[in-house]
Design a binder for this molecule. Structure first.
Ligand code: SF4
Length: 850
């Protein structure tokens, strides 16, 4: 690539630079001495640009500043937008990453001219990618380009002129290389054989270690699958529970049966599909067909996508249409997770995803390239093991098995998260997003869009008006709901009790607004029916009918939440941090639904997790799964020797959480630990407020060269963990950091738990659920806190050679009578009670840094 004329200048802003700017950019006041003032520099830049288009990376951001300062609006070409269309599956569109993908080594990062030259190189690479696209794709790109701007038209016209016409006359869509064929059952491998000393796993599985607990767990699962019934199995950290259930699951699949494995998190699902299952099948010599099945909205619907493409009217619609057009050349799954959707594209995705249960494989049989969802379902129906997630599993339960193939066996991994997901699956969420989504589906239904252009214009226009009116009525509902909450705190929750409904005068306006909304939605439905009478196109009819049925669900949801709640419902309002309102309904107990939907339809069901028992009892877990009377529940220990690998340090003096001195004392102790261990410390909080309070007092620690990272302030969870793993860091986090973090070895040597993790008692859901118990504290709050505490503790020891300390700064665990039960729930580490001033040295000595 040849770089032509260059222009670069500093600008003297006329004021001293803020130290933060100097830290960020390395530019100092002396660098700016003699530089032109803004007005002069802007004139020079405008002259340099002339009539040309400005190319830049996220260029709208920079141009907004320049235009505010008086630069005339130039035509622009954004390399982020271009890359997002031409490289739809790139994990990131950061300039440095795109440069690396193009084989460009930038001169120096974060200097404007170097970045501009890198950007030019990226543009050249994108142009080269565009030129090898099929001509049919480029011609369609040219049709969208006017919505993106003249520079995009020029870009795609140039690419099309260079494309080899005729070479790709039939645009080929990617297809799976090998259709999944039903394979004959392979020989079932018994657990004792598979796990035997010098058996197939030990010979064929890299890194395999014999673990008694793992083999016992695998045996218990094998027996449960043979004899039937539910098993609740707690597998301590390090047991390797995936392997323990995959071996018997593969054996059952080898016998021609089917096993569904459900996980809560995507990383575990990925690990099972990409790593564990291929490795175990390789070691055992089995060839069981395995499929991952996600919720239908994860898949591109080719039929709806075709309609969407023809109707693109905005910049984002054009971008998404072209991006998915290019993606379809390479994807074999149509799975959204392969796409990197930017900004508003995520909001548009529901218009092109498989979206409802009215889709009919026969009707769509001839859709170009086939239907991804149907293909995934057909693969699942031919598979011996189907990996899915709790959300789809529970949705399937709610829809009585309409989404997943029938299976003899079910393994629920990460079972401690099941109730939380069931709360969403069996509950209701009514917020502006849900309303907008349902109404938009009607307004954008192809019958309406097409109707606006033909003789059905009157009915189509009527729908648009009714939709606008329903949207306005929804706003009234949300305004009335907001009035029910006390003014003040931005984030707020309030339970809607019978008392509130009967005696709070602010509730009546909610009911009236709710009635008007329900009427308005019914008006949309009536208008939709009129349009349907005049619509003959089968596809248009189906889409409008399905959009209308979503509205009908919305009506019944509002009626249930506002007007006629069920006896067993917990209803509450929330004001989110962003200020918008949400009305939620959750059943007070989900055990019955879980039993009926998950356990009863299958011969065996295994619930497993690292944290299910409380002080040796499974009563809490089995009640939640609805199987207190049925389940065989057992703990399978941990191969780690907690008594020698870990200590639990609790201060025996100092402030209690909630007291004014607590934050100061906690920060001082965390500083001392972070200093002594040179970082390597994870601090877990139960609330953002107290986390920020402590974080604000850790400046002195940072001055010693230890980085302090705080969740919600210093980046995403993933970015924080990556930075933490590099060392010399103390990381502060709340809820999501209590589990799913795996930092083995010296990366993490101390976990500080600031406060016992009792749920907030006046949280509406907690309040409603605890009412089921005679002694809510002992039967509900305490077990919940014990499980959470164990999850936090579980972050510390990840391998047999790890060594570390958990520091529990909340000494109520020593003072209160419930403390014994909490301590009895924790792994068997020695407990050290020491003065607060000795906590850090105790930890440092134990890990060998004292
Ligand atoms: S069956 Fe038809 S409507 Fe359903 S997802 Fe597939 S293509 Fe779309």
């Amino acid at each position: 690539m040849n770089v032509g004329e260059r222009f670069s200048t500093f600008v003297d802003p006329g004021v001293d630079l803020h130290p933060a700017i100097t830290r960020l950019t390395g530019i100092r006041d002396e660098d700016l001495r003699g530089a032109p003032p803004p007005a002069i520099a802007l004139g020079q830049l405008a002259a340099f640009i002339g009539p040309a288009a400005v190319v830049g990376h996220n260029v709208g951001f920079d141009l907004a500043f320049l235009q505010a300062a008086g630069l005339p609006a130039p035509d622009r070409l954004d390399t982020v937008e271009l890359a997002s269309m031409l490289m739809p599956s790139a994990p990131t569109y950061a300039l440095q990453s795109l440069a690396a993908a193009a084989g460009i080594t930038p001169d120096a990062a974060h200097r404007a001219l170097a970045d501009a030259i890198t950007c030019a190189g990226v543009l050249a690479d994108l142009a080269a990618r565009a030129r090898v696209l099929p001509i049919a794709v480029l011609e369609e790109a040219l049709a969208y380009a006017p919505l993106l701007g003249p520079a995009f038209v020029a870009f795609f016209a140039e690419a099309a002129s260079g494309a080899v016409r005729g070479a790709w006359d039939d645009v080929a869509l990617a297809r799976p290389t090998e259709a999944m064929a039903p394979s004959p059952p392979s020989a079932a491998i018994a657990v004792d054989v598979a796990f035997a000393h010098d058996g197939p796993l030990s010979r064929g599985l890299e890194g395999f270690e014999e673990r008694t607990e793992q083999r016992e767990l695998a045996r218990a699962i094998e027996l449960t699958m043979r004899d039937g019934g539910p098993l609740v199995a707690e597998a301590g950290t390090g047991v390797g529970k995936s392997l323990a259930y995959l071996v018997p699951a593969l054996a059952r699949a080898g016998e021609g049966e089917r096993v569904i494995v459900s996980t809560h998190t995507l990383p575990l699902q990925d690990q099972l599909m990409r790593k564990d299952l291929p490795a175990v099948q390789g070691a055992l010599g089995t060839r069981v067909p395995v499929t991952v099945l996600k919720g239908r909205t994860n898949y591109l619907c080719p039929r709806r996508w075709q309609q969407f493409r023809g109707l693109a009217q905005t910049r984002e619609e054009a971008r998404l249409a072209l991006k998915t057009l290019i993606w379809r050349l390479s994807t074999t799954t149509g799975d959204r997770s392969e796409l990197n959707l930017l900004g508003a594209e995520s909001d548009l995705w529901p218009r092109i995803s498989a979206d409802d249960e009215t889709c009919d494989a026969r009707r769509c049989a001839r859709v170009a390239g086939g239907c991804y969802l149907q293909r995934a379902r057909e693969d699942a129906a031919r598979s011996g093991i189907v990996v899915t997630n709790h959300a789809l599993l529970l949705q399937d339960a709610r829809m009585r098995g309409a989404l997943l193939p029938a299976a003899e066996h079910l393994v629920v991994d990460e079972a401690h998260r099941l109730e939380e997901v069931a709360t969403d699956a069996f509950g209701i969420t009514f917020d502006d997003r849900v309303v907008r989504r349902a109404l938009d589906r009607v307004a954008h239904a192809p019958a309406v869009t097409a109707g606006l252009r033909d003789e059905r214009v009157e009915e189509a226009e009527r729908i648009r008006q009714e939709v606008a009116s329903a949207q306005a009525r929804a706003s009234e509902v949300f305004a009335a709901l907001a009035a029910v909450l006390e003014p003040g705190a931005l984030e707020d929750r309030r339970r809607v009790t019978g008392g509130l409904r009967a005696s709070d005068e602010r509730w009546l306006p909610v009911e009236l607004a709710g009635e008007r909304f329900v009427e308005a939605v019914a008006g949309v439905g009536t208008a939709a029916e009129r349009l349907l009478l005049r619509t003959t196109d089968e596809d248009e009819r189906t889409d409008l009918e399905s959009a209308a049925s979503e509205l009908s669900y919305l009506r019944s949801a509002v009626t249930r939440a506002i007007h006629t709640p069920r006896q067993s419902d917990i209803v509450w309002l929330e004001r989110r941090q962003e200020g918008d309102m949400v009305l939620r309904v959750a059943p007070s107990h989900l055990g019955e639904a879980i039993r009926r939907g998950l356990v009863e339809p299958r011969r065996s069901t295994v619930f497993t997790s690292a944290t299910l028992a409380v002080a040796g009892s499974f009563a809490f877990a089995t009640d939640r799964f609805g199987i207190a009377d049925l389940a065989d529940a057992r703990a399978f220990g941990s191969p780690f020797d907690y008594a020698t690998q870990a200590i639990l340090v609790v201060p025996n003096d100092g402030a209690l959480p909630g007291s004014p001195e607590f934050a100061d004392e906690a920060a001082a102790t965390i500083s001392d630990i972070g200093h002594a261990l040179e970082g390597r410390t994870l601090v877990l909080f139960t609330a953002h407020g107290s986390m920020r309070d402590v974080a604000s007092r850790l400046g002195p620690l940072e001055e010693t060269g230890i980085t302090v990272l705080t969740q919600g302030i210093d980046g995403s969870r993933r970015a924080l963990l990556e930075r933490f793993a590099k060392g010399r860091t103390v990381l502060l986090g709340t809820q999501s950091f209590w589990e799913g973090i795996d930092l083995p070895g010296e990366m993490l040597e101390c976990v500080v738990i600031a406060r016992l993790p009792f749920a907030v008692p006046d949280d509406p859901l907690v309040q409603g659920r605890s009412e089921r118990y005679e002694d809510p504290f002992r039967e509900f709050h305490l077990p919940q806190a014990a499980l959470r505490l164990r999850q936090g503790f579980g972050r510390l020891i990840r391998t047999k050679t790890d060594r570390g300390a958990v520091v529990l700064l909340d000494r109520r665990v020593l003072l209160r009578d419930y403390g014994g039960e909490l301590l009895a729930s924790l792994p068997d580490a020695r407990v050290r009670r020491v003065p607060m001033t000795e906590v850090a040295t105790t930890v440092a000595q134990f890990v060998g840094r004292g």
